[in-house]
Design a protein around this ligand. Structure first.
Ligand code: FA5
Length: 354
């Protein structure tokens, strides 16, 4: 009688656990708990051998029935889980919009370089690329810098620790894109020697430039875009025309440009170029003070520079300009950056705005 009760308890416990099971894994655990080697029912079955001979068949029959009920209940519940899984798979709606992956975009300096390139290409300029690690000849000497010019010492320029070239001098990181002027003119003169053609240059050199400067308005690595136009009848009006075209294309039709006297070693005359302030329309405000914002340098290629490249200054004239990409970019976007180094800070929250 006792054994009979024990078997009923085992059956009831097993069935109620099976009904509450939340997964196939749980069902397997229940199976072990009751039917495994040391499971409750297996242990109870072993006890049958200790019963008096006459009651063994009846209890044995009952035990087998309990075993069958537990096995069948586990099997049914397992099948239930399996068909629910299939149903779930069947319910996937392939027309549902997917989860949009996070997409990056070009850095805002790269965007500006692309825009500047397109603007100049429209009026026949060709983008060139020259070494970032350069000889002193290209960065200074051929550009008419005197030997004791401050930019030539290592206060502003990064020098490479290598034996200087006997002719071209020390090796350095280009402190400005004007080195590209010399490379371009030397290349065109070499081509002229081969083909006998007249020289005509419309160069756009956009590159990384390096100076030993780091503060709120200076970064040690920045970008400049340099134009060089050389031909037989090039004058200041061409320079002013290109400046005006760039200012209107990049900043907007309503913006004006101006040039004012300045000094560079490699241009004569030299100018600073300005763009009318977009905030006050040239009237004068907190940002610009007098209505104008400074764009960068420009000028007519110095006769010494033409000569250094093998060009006859009586025959050829040219103009050049060199402006900072980071500078025009911040001017255009009206970005009031407390610190220009922000552009290279890898701050995603800042970069995502562009
Ligand atoms: C030059 O580098 C001349 N080569 C420009 C030139 C070319 C004049 C052709 C005449 C003819 P400047 O040192 O002023 O000039 O630099 C030009 C521009 O580069 C500056 O107006 C500024 O926008 C940018 N710039 C210079 N130094 C830094 C710096 N450390 N960080 C960010 N931008 C800079």
């Amino acid at each position: 009688m006792l054994m009979e009760q024990e078997l009923m308890t085992i059956k009831n416990n097993a069935v109620s656990l099976i009904l509450d099971a939340g997964s196939e894994k749980e069902l397997q655990e229940i199976k072990l708990q009751f039917l495994g080697k040391s499971g409750a029912l297996t242990v109870a079955l072993k006890e049958i051998t200790k019963l008096p001979q006459e009651s063994r068949p009846e209890i044995g029959k009952l035990a087998n029935e309990v075993k069958k009920i537990i096995e069948e209940s586990i099997e049914n519940a397992t099948q239930n889980f399996k068909s629910k899984k299939i149903e779930k798979i069947k319910k996937i709606d392939v027309t549902e919009p997917g989860i949009r992956p996070a997409l990056g975009h070009l850095h805002l300096v790269t965007q500006a370089i692309e825009e500047i390139t397109t603007i100049f290409e429209k009026i026949g300029f060709t983008r060139v690329s020259y070494p970032e690690i350069e000889y002193d000849w290209y960065a200074f000497e051929a550009l008419n810098f005197p030997e004791n010019h401050p930019a030539r010492d290592d206060w502003e320029t990064f020098f490479i620790d290598q034996t200087p070239d006997p002719k071209k001098g020390p090796i350095l990181l280009t402190p400005h894109t004007s080195s590209g002027q010399i490379r371009e003119m030397e290349k065109q003169v070499a081509l002229q020697k081969q083909h006998g053609n007249d020289i005509s240059i419309r160069m756009l050199n956009i590159a990384k430039t390096y100076r030993r400067q780091s503060d709120a308005s200076h970064v040690p690595m920045f970008h400049q875009f340099e134009t060089l136009v050389v031909g037989k009848d090039i004058s200041i009006t061409h320079l002013k025309g290109v400046l005006d075209y760039f200012v209107k294309s990049y900043f907007g039709e309503s913006r004006k440009s101006r040039i004012r006297p300045y000094h560079f070693q490699f241009t004569e005359p030299s100018f600073e170029t300005d763009v009318s302030c977009g905030v006050c329309n040239g009237k004068g405000c907190k940002l610009c003070k007098e209505g104008w914002l400074e764009l960068g340098g420009a000028g007519m290629v110095h006769p010494n520079v033409l000569q250094n490249c093998g060009l006859d200054p009586k025959k050829y004239k040219g103009f050049a300009s060199g402006w900072g990409v980071e500078r025009v970019l911040t001017m255009k976007e009206g970005l009031k950056l407390d610190d220009i180094r922000m552009l290279y800070s890898n701050n995603i929250e800042f970069l995502e705005q562009f």
